[in-house]
Design a protein. Structure first.
Length: 587
């Protein structure tokens, strides 16, 4: 029998713990077997105990019951504990593997997916998958053994009536199969609406100031209520399907009981002892519970398969390739202790979105060792997209070389070790100030952390924090919150600490006051003397002293030269510069 992709995924993840899983299944099966044994005791209890008054049986009955209940308790512990351990370990492994993939996804994956979806799937869906799968396995083992045991009890009591009962089984299984198909489709919709709800919550939380500023309360409430209403609809639909199935199974079981009662009054009644009849009816009624539980197995198993399908999608998202082309033989890729020459040759770049619009076209320029090249231009022109290509956050057409070596030939770790990068969106991790400045370093050097903070003019405000460099930062879990300017100075301190030969500053001083910016510019002059630097800037005051200025408009370099040369040219840069002066950008 061919296994679905989702079933193979579950088997692959659970097979690593097969010993504990098998022991847990044995415990569940033993529990079901003991339950069947307790029902079988009804026959000798009536025939040998109350009718025949067999004293030996009555004396041994308490010990038999004690043995059975001890076995039942041990089986329950063995099953519950070991299967819970398996569920926890599977969930742990899934989280670990998916997170390792998450941080290596291509930037295009992040552009196309909502952060809320990643959070829901990795933090919560992994738990649901392992728990539902384990509960399904436990129920199957326990209830199937119980059913088999009770059928054997019925067979001993009356083969004829057992045969009549078995005739109803195909119909029950057909109903279960139909329920499973519908429930799985509905569960997929439940999972999708859960992801959408989580994404919307994160969007509103991240954009709370925009919601408040534009009085978007009613609009956001309507959107959220629509999402949870859709989610409720699919949850109720799934519950209705499962309830129908359980009711039909109970109805079939009840019909069989009525049939047996009717027939037992007839010709076959004299062949049944009181113990046989009581045991038979008790077993049939006892079968209703495991049959009902098997409908839950379908529910939980279908949920596990649906989540497996979602996680398989995560597993298959494209990862960054360490190297996109064959490396050069005998080439030293160690750029950490020398300045670098960066060259763009006819580089084009297309939007990571579904439209695939061209953002950059035929970009060519050179950054000589120790040179500072500024990139300016109107918003949306492609400035940030251009510098993102240097770190290979996205792939591109054309050629970008570092010291004559195509970036695609350089292993990502070594390429990025040679780049100090500060983006527009400053990220402060929930960790100490020291760890944030030395981020990425396996063994931080505290003296170098101090030097980097001093160069970034961050040392003074760090010393005023409750625990200085050991203060925990971050907006969550009680972390100390920094102002926008403090966050950017801390991000700049990372670059000073890294001492990379190629520096990329993407609007890195936009949140600084003029005094701090002037001090940092003076510090950057010392840093760029031994490094090649790309600076994306909106405030033109930060790029006047650049060796070269590139003016980007609509994805193309429209002007190139020094500040004085571009002012004399009287083109787009001169116009931007004049506008900036009128707006007191140089106050």
């Amino acid at each position: 029998m061919l296994k679905s992709q989702e079933q193979k995924y579950l088997i692959d993840n659970f097979s690593k713990f097969k010993t504990k899983l098998i022991c847990g299944i044995v415990g569940s099966g033993l529990y079901g077997l003991v339950d069947a044994g307790l029902i079988w005791l009804v026959k000798p209890l009536l025939d040998d105990g109350f009718v025949a008054h067999n004293q030996n049986f009555l004396k041994n009955l308490p010990w038999i019951l004690i043995f059975l209940f001890i076995a039942r308790a041990l089986a329950a512990f063995l099953s519950q504990y070991l299967l819970a351990v398996v569920a926890a370990q599977v969930s742990y492994n899934l989280k670990k593997r998916l997170f390792s993939k998450l941080i290596h996804y291509t930037s295009r994956v992040y552009d196309r997916q909502s952060p809320g979806e990643f959070i829901t799937r990795i933090a919560f869906n992994t738990n649901l998958l392992s728990q539902n799968a384990v509960e399904s396995i436990s129920l199957i083992a326990r209830e199937v053994i119980t059913i088999i045991g009770l059928l054997i009890v019925m067979m001993i009591a009356s083969p004829l009536f057992t045969f009549l009962y078995l005739l109803s089984m195909p119909l029950s299984w057909f109903i279960l199969k139909k329920i499973g198909t519908v429930a799985r489709a509905t569960q997929f919709e439940v999972a999708q609406t859960t992801d959408q709800t989580a994404s919307h919550l994160q969007e509103v939380i991240d954009g709370q100031f925009v919601v408040k500023s534009f009085n978007g309360y009613e609009h956001e409430e309507k959107r959220f209520f629509k999402l949870i209403t859709t989610h409720l609809f699919y949850e109720l639909k799934q519950s209705k399907v499962l309830a129908k199935g359980a009711g039909l199974i109970q109805l079939i079981g009840g019909a069989v009981v009525v049939l047996i009662l009717t027939l037992s009054v007839g010709a076959g009644a004299e062949r049944l002892t009181g113990g046989d009849f009581a045991c038979l009816i008790t077993a049939i009624l006892g079968l209703l519970r495991p049959m009902k539980q098997l409908t839950k197995v379908h529910e939980k198993w279908q949920q596990a398969l649906t989540i497996a399908n979602i996680l398989i999608e995560l597993e298959n998202y494209p990862l960054e390739l360490v190297q996109l082309s064959i490396p050069l033989k005998n080439y030293n890729y160690d750029f950490l202790n020398k300045t670098s020459r960066l060259e763009f040759k006819n580089v084009s770049f297309y939007s990571p979105g579904e439209d695939g619009a061209q953002i950059l076209r035929n970009i060519s320029f050179t950054v000589e060792p120790g040179q500072t090249v500024a990139i300016v231009g109107p918003s949306g022109g492609g400035k940030s997209s251009l510098v993102s290509l240097v770190s290979r956050f996205y792939d591109y057409q054309g050629s970008i070389t570092l010291d004559g070596v195509e970036l695609r030939s350089i292993p990502l770790a070594q390429l990025r070790n040679s780049i100090g990068y500060v983006s527009q969106q400053i990220t402060i991790f929930h960790d100490t100030v020291e760890a944030n400045i030395a981020y990425g370093a396996s063994n931080p050097d505290l003296s170098n952390v101090y030097k980097a903070a001093i160069l970034a003019f961050a040392h003074d405000f760090i010393e005023q924090l409750p625990l200085g460099y050991q203060t925990i930062l971050g907006s969550n879990q009680g972390g100390y919150k920094l102002s926008g300017g403090q966050r950017q100075r801390l991000a700049l301190a990372r670059v000073f600490y890294k001492q990379a030969p190629l520096i990329i500053l993407d609007e890195a001083t936009s949140a600084l006051d003029n005094e701090s910016e002037d001090k940092i510019q003076a510090s950057l002059m010392n840093l760029v003397a031994t490094a090649s630097t790309l600076v994306v800037a909106h405030r033109l005051s930060t790029v006047i002293n650049a060796d070269k200025i590139l003016v980007i408009d609509k994805g193309q370099i429209v002007e190139e030269g020094s500040h004085n040369e571009l002012i004399k040219l009287g083109g787009l840069y001169a116009s931007l510069y004049a506008t900036a002066k009128k707006e007191n950008a140089f106050a």
